[in-house]
Design a protein around this ligand. Structure first.
Ligand code: FES
Length: 113
């Protein structure tokens, strides 16, 4: 079992998650959503680390939650300096321009050759 704290309405909520070795932060959020918080707001799409939809802050550090191993006792918060839509879901318009096009790597448009 893992304990995580998820920022909701500016107050962290404590959840117990039945987890496994190597569980990611996104998998923990999905477990919380399925088990006890169907109204938890968060985003994800590809689950492979390419789309950046699942960016959150874990213990104060911005992470791609589908690739980040869960840490027991972690505090998961929305990205800083973004408009919060609900809970962990933020307005991600500014990260959308860095998302890869088909066949591209994660390279900002200005850095492409
Ligand atoms: S869900 Fe696409 S990068 Fe995490």
């Amino acid at each position: 079992m893992f304990t995580i704290f998820v920022s909701r309405d500016e107050e962290p909520c404590r959840y117990r998650v039945k987890g496994w070795t190597g569980m990611t932060a996104l998998e923990a959020l999905i477990e919380v959503y399925r088990a006890c918080a169907p109204d938890l707001g968060f985003r994800y799409s590809c689950k492979t680390g390419r789309c950046l939809s699942c960016l959150v802050r874990m213990n104060g550090r911005s992470v791609v939650s589908c690739r980040e191993p869960l840490v027991d006792g972690a505090l998961i918060e929305p990205l800083a300096n973004r408009q919060i839509i609900r809970d962990l879901a933020v307005d991600d318009a500014s990260t959308r321009r860095y998302r890869p096009q088909a066949g591209d790597g994660l390279v900002p448009p200005g850095d492409r050759r």
